[in-house]
Design a protein. Structure first.
Length: 373
């Protein structure tokens, strides 16, 4: 798939300071766009595909017949994906509230939920979950994304820089030109908003790791976000943040030999299932053809169940990379995730790209030595 990326390393020493919608159960429709609500059951795309609350499958349970919950065929083996089969349809995605299967927390109660409940943070990133946390209703996030969207994606002003990947275009804003200053300001504001979320999550995870007898791993994570005093000898310089703005122009609906992980009659691949090399990542709500988009980001849990991650305007999804899973000996699970476009959204994609802004924290490596050196 063709990908253009506007890449801005906001060198902050971290403070760490969907388709064409129509009315479905639990979905409010505004200006033709699917909106998340607090009521209703399941992912509405399950309904579109003939599963979900309107079918008898949701009353049949996890052990229902293949007619209800048929796993996707695995025609290849992939060391990145431990489960022997993948299941796109299952009660957790199609029959429960659309986001309950993941770890979903309101920003207003984030600190209380994580820090006052020992063990809760580790549970949210264990292998039996998709290992992606959704934080809802972050104050100022929606306004920041709306304010800087046109600046970030003013492509005629992007320098013509090419990486070794010819489908990737990268830009690093600096404060020396007027457009760069605006883009850099937006990057900094976003990093400030999301940095505090990352710092709080890492603080809770480090506490839980230490309680589980993994003090060394806990101290590494604390040091990465500046939670340990340099005098202790366990801390590192707080890592830089990186804000990246992506555009996806194509979704591959062909059956490629290396990616038989989705039903290509319904889903096109924009980014195959993988784990990140950034140790911590956060995703904001995407747009498609300039309009809100509930997205097709899927996460896979240790049982092979696929979960569609749906974000509101003020929400983020947060996950860890492969190096953290290695560091913690699989106590914290690296999110297996990919980006797919449902066939019902192909016409919208032809009218404009999928855009999404991501927030990453360095180091960018899969080796534990990159975290500890």
């Amino acid at each position: 798939a063709m990908l253009i990326c506007l890449h801005s390393p906001a060198s902050l020493h971290l403070l760490l300071a969907a388709y064409q919608s129509w009315p479905l159960p639990g979905i409010a429709v505004h200006d033709g766009q699917e909106q998340l609500t607090s009521e209703g059951l399941g992912d509405p795309l399950c309904v579109l595909d003939g599963r979900g609350p309107g079918s008898s499958c949701c009353n049949a349970g996890e052990t229902a017949s293949k007619e209800c919950w048929e796993p996707l065929p695995r025609e290849i083996e992939d060391a990145m994906l431990p489960p022997p089969t993948l299941s796109e349809f299952h009660p957790g995605r199609c029959c429960q509230h659309s986001l309950q299967i993941t770890s979903t927390i309101q920003y207003s109660s984030l600190e209380e939920d994580l820090l006052s409940k020992p063990g809760s943070a580790l549970k949210m990133f264990s292998g039996d979950m998709p290992a992606i946390m959704i934080v809802r209703d972050i104050p100022g996030l929606k306004e920041t994304l709306q304010r800087f969207h046109q600046v970030w994606y003013a492509k005629p002003k992007w320098p013509r820089l090419r990486s070794s990947n010819t489908s990737l275009n990268m830009h690093r804003p600096t404060p020396h030109r007027s457009w760069d200053r605006q883009a850099h300001e937006g990057d900094n504001q976003l990093a400030m908003l999301l940095g505090d979320v990352g710092k709080l999550v890492v603080k809770a995870l480090a506490r839980d790791l230490e309680s589980a007898g993994r003090k060394e791993a806990a101290d590494v994570l604390r040091g990465l976000v500046g939670l340990v005093s340099a005098r202790s000898g366990s801390a590192r310089t707080p890592q830089d943040a990186q804000v990246r703005h992506f555009e996806y122009f194509e979704a591959d609906f062909t059956k490629l030999p290396f990616d038989q992980l989705v039903d290509r009659s319904r889903w096109g691949s924009m980014f195959h299932i993988h784990t990140d090399s950034f140790w911590l990542s956060m995703q904001t709500r995407p747009t498609l053809a300039g309009e809100r988009f509930e997205d097709g980001t899927f996460a896979v849990d240790a049982f092979g169940r696929m979960h569609r991650i749906r974000l509101g305007d003020s929400d983020i999804a947060l996950w860890f990379g492969q190096v953290v899973q290695t560091l913690t000996d699989d106590i914290i699970w690296a999110a297996q995730h990919g980006v797919f476009l449902h066939a019902s959204a192909r016409q919208r994609l032809s009218a404009g790209p999928r855009r999404v802004t991501m927030f990453h924290i360095f180091p960018h490596a899969r080796q534990v030595s990159a975290l500890t050196d």
